[in-house]
Write a protein that binds this ligand. Structure first.
Ligand code: AGP
Length: 608
């Protein structure tokens, strides 16, 4: 949440900052701003409510400077307006900061600083950092930043500049990500690599309570006690081109279409037909340790939680290991009991979700082994987990997660196969799972080829105010995911339920204006779900069924049908979720919504 960037080097900083902010916009998009050294010892701050393009209108392409900072905001403290947008400055206008995170003790600090004569001009928690730095500044910005942050309680990723220290930026992090980019006679600081990948692929990830002091040609990393820290330089593996829309109208559309390739990337080199098993190098567990696992617990938020629910179902049914998925935000504060031989997974596309990260740390503190299932290489969860698996789906920019979901469940299919083959799954059944897995990308392609029919259905139904999404078994989490997708990008109210549950309450909602989307694969629960569908029809509810091609019984009952290819019953989540993503996407288009940047949301939720 909130994107920050800093630049010092020979290019015009305003241009570099705005271009970087556009790439960070998915982290927050209610307001933005930049600060550059317009002339010697003179800082110039420009801010704007709204998207980065509003800021861009205010910034002259001729704006000079040699160093600067920028910010795109997702408001936590203070309304959305120009004034509360970052960067913030102290009283004399010489210090400017951008901040991502939450300063929990800002009211107390603000009170003390006000008594000392500091005048605050915004409603934000972040402004206290600028005033603290100003207070402690005696000619050494790095020192002042360290003195300031040591008084701060909460989370921060900050970048600071001072008018009297040209071409120097100080970055500091605690709980909010910060990455250093090393270029040719230029340096960058940013919340994530997307902002700087156009300039460099050499990066250094900062850890909590580290401070970095950069000039165009140097960087020094220290802790808050001035102890120098040697950091490894890492290479970004993503390509700039992967972060472009590449002809699609928006990132969500592109990412929906990328799923067959993303799944192929997720399984490449990880399936062995010779041994009828999966190979997952990053687990950091011996075969003996894997065999000793008695239960699995998966923690995650949002779409990743739904993927975790599919994962838990697979681990139980394929590997016969008791497994459960839990909301990370709930686990953290429940004083969780760590049971012996329990393996934990933290699932997170971004690898930065605060709820998941802090739950993981709480579990680790109590002695649990937590493995990460992440997309973003070098993200905090990926680095701080005890091992894990990258999903390799490539950058996911749209706020609504699509390809990350199918790639996350891909990892759980592999994991379940691996663990099952270490237990009692036969070679023959292992081979079957590999073959079924390999057939999924082509089946998804087939669904994508039929997207126009789903578009027509979206046009027909987008103006209904409420929807139910109903599925059972392994497709129950898919129903939850379908409802989440629809509400987050189209703002249509939607609820996901197990189809069996509707008679325990939700069926009271059924009327001609509340359509139900039923997920009806060819599986052992098919007849039960058909009965539930009849119950809805009997109450004059409209029904859209997602069912296997040629399923006459279902198409005779449903008002509309979306057909998917047949597969092994465990693999339906891949094929069920695609139509739901496409349906939500077209509903959002029909309602003229901002598909990639829906209201009130941000891609990476780095605050609690
Ligand atoms: C998905 O469409 C949402 N934007 C959201 O629920 C997301 O999945 C959640 O915030 C978790 O994010 P993560 O995977 O990056 O941890």
């Amino acid at each position: 949440m909130c994107g920050i960037i800093g630049y010092c080097g020979p290019k015009k900083p305003a241009q570099v900052l705005i271009e970087g902010l556009k790439r960070l916009e998915y982290r927050g998009y209610d307001s933005s701003g930049i600060c550059v050294n317009e002339s010697a010892n003179q800082l110039c701050i420009i801010k704007s409510k709204g998207k980065i393009k509003e800021l861009q209108k205010k910034v002259s392409p001729q704006l000079a400077g040699t160093y600067g900072i920028g910010h795109t905001r997702w408001a936590t403290h203070g309304v959305v307006n120009d004034n509360n947008a970052h960067p913030h400055k102290g009283c004399n206008g010489k210090v400017a900061i951008v901040h991502n995170g939450i300063i929990e003790n800002y009211e107390k600090l603000r009170e003390v600083l006000t008594e000392e004569g500091h005048v605050f001009t915004t409603e934000t928690d972040s402004e206290v950092i600028a005033h603290l730095i100003e207070k402690y500044y005696t000619g050494d910005l790095e020192r002042a930043v360290k003195d300031a942050v040591s008084l701060v309680k909460g989370t921060y990723g900050i970048v600071c500049m001072h008018a009297d220290e040209p071409d120097r930026l100080i970055g500091a992090r605690n709980g909010s990500p910060l990455v250093l980019g090393i270029g040719q006679n230029e340096m960058f600081l940013a919340s994530d690599v997307t902002a700087i990948i156009a300039h460099t692929k050499q990066v250094v990830y900062l850890e909590d309570r580290e401070v970095v002091n950069i000039t165009p040609t140097s960087y020094v990393t220290t802790d808050l006690n001035d102890q120098q820290i040697e950091k490894d330089i890492e290479q970004i593996t993503w390509e700039l081109q992967e972060m472009e829309k590449n002809g699609y109208s928006c990132f969500m559309e592109k990412e929906i279409h990328e799923q067959p390739e993303a799944i192929k990337r997720g399984i490449t080199g990880r399936l062995s037909l010779e041994e009828a098993t999966a190979k997952l190098g990053g687990l950091n567990l011996t075969t003996k340790e894997l065999i000793q696992i008695e239960r699995v617990k998966i923690i995650a938020a949002g779409t990743s939680f739904h993927a975790g629910m599919v994962g838990a179902y697979l681990l139980e049914s394929v590997a016969r290991i008791p497994a459960i998925a839990e909301l990370a935000s709930e686990v953290r504060y429940r004083n969780p009991i760590i049971e012996k031989n329990t393996l934990y997974f933290a699932v997170s596309q971004s690898g930065e979700t605060a709820d998941t990260l802090y739950a993981m740390k709480e579990l680790q503190r109590k002695g649990a082994t937590v493995l990460g299932v992440c997309n973003v290489v070098g993200s905090t969860i990926a680095r701080e987990s005890d091992g894990g698996v990258y999903i390799h789906s490539g950058p996911e920019i749209a706020v609504a997660s699509t390809k990350a979901f199918t790639s996350q469940i891909t990892v759980f299919y592999l994991l379940s196969l691996l663990l099952a083959r270490l237990r009692d799954m036969s070679f023959e059944n292992g081979t079957k799972i590999i073959n079924d897995m390999n057939s999924i990308p082509a089946k998804i392609d087939k669904i994508l080829a039929g997207k126009n029919k789903i578009m027509e259905l979206a046009k027909k139904y987008a103006h209904y105010p409420d929807f139910l999404f109903l599925g059972r078994g392994i497709n129950y989490p898919v129903a939850l995911e379908g409802a989440l997708k629809l509400k987050e990008i189209s703002y249509i109210h939607a609820e996901g339920y197990s189809a069996a549950e509707i008679k325990h309450g939700p069926i009271a909602l059924i009327n001609p204006d509340t359509p139900s989307i039923f997920l009806i694969p060819n599986d052992s629960l098919r007849e039960k779900v058909i009965s539930n569908m009849k119950e809805v029809k009997a109450r004059k509810g409209k029904v859209i069924a997602v069912a296997v091609e040629g399923d006459k019984e279902v198409s005779d009952i449903a008002d509309d049908i979306i057909e998917i290819p047949e597969t092994h019953e465990l693999f339906y989540p891949f094929l069920m979720v695609l139509p739901l993503q496409i349906f939500s996407y077209y509903c959002a288009l029909e309602l003229n919504r901002d598909v990639d940047q829906p209201r009130n949301l941000a891609k990476s939720v780095t605050v609690e």
